[in-house]
Design a protein around this ligand. Structure first.
Ligand SMILES: [Fe+2]
Ligand SMILES: [Fe+2]
Length: 217
């Protein structure tokens, strides 16, 4: 019999993270909740059920993996480390078992492909995969990141995004790739087309003239 109320802890953590996503200090804007955090939770639970992993560890790690970066933009650069620190504080306050807190912290610590900390446990591998999967299954939000947050023009933004999604794909475990391969195919089709578009694609027909209906735009 468990001596802690998981659902209560999960709901409190969920509320905390959602409020942080919606706060004005969050430089990624509130859409990060719906288009990133929730998809990471869903992907990790789906993979976790397949591999019979610890779903409590996965759900809390998915909710908290980017927490510090959402709370304070100065934490973004090392948000994996700051999120580990904050997760420890939050989960200890909620009396979540110490051994499970250690597992959550391991997942958060190694979730980023860019910092070269290899995920070692099954749960840590799942969280790193789920984080990368969310980039690919939420393409509209990645467009916002490229063209809205970074303000790239069309081609530069498309190339940047293509490279980012390719890096994400390389981080995903085979089971995860199977789940989202159609999303990846569609994303690459759109981004390859944008990358290849060049001036020779402009129609050269005789009917083209300066006073065409398009000229005023
Ligand atoms: Fe992250
Ligand atoms: Fe993330």
């Amino acid at each position: 019999m468990r001596d802690y109320d998981y659902i209560k802890i999960r709901n409190e953590v969920r509320k905390k993270v959602e409020e942080t996503c919606h706060s004005r200090n969050n430089k990624f804007k509130s859409s990060v909740w719906q288009y990133h955090i929730i998809p990471v939770v869903n992907h990790s639970l789906k993979l976790g059920k397949k591999f019979k992993a610890d779903l409590e560890v996965l759900e809390l790690a998915a909710l908290l993996h980017d927490y510090a970066g959402l709370k304070n933009k100065n934490f973004y650069k090392n948000h994996h480390l700051h999120s580990v620190r904050l997760a420890d504080k939050i989960l200890t306050n909620f009396s979540f078992p110490k051994s499970k807190i250690a597992q959550v912290k391991q997942c958060i610590n190694s979730h980023r492909g860019s910092v070269r900390i290899k995920p070692k446990t099954l749960e840590a591998k799942i969280i790193a995969s789920a984080d990368a999967m969310a980039h690919i299954t939420n393409l509209a939000d990645m467009f916002y990141l490229s063209f809205g947050v970074h303000q790239y023009e069309t081609k530069k933004g498309a190339v940047w995004l293509k490279n980012k999604l390719q890096r994400s794909w390389s981080k995903i475990m085979p089971e995860g790739r199977k789940m989202i391969k159609e999303d990846y195919r569609i994303a690459m089709k759109i981004l390859n087309k944008a990358e290849k578009a060049c001036s020779s694609d402009v129609p050269q027909s005789e009917s083209w003239s300066a006073d065409s209906s398009f000229a005023g735009h």
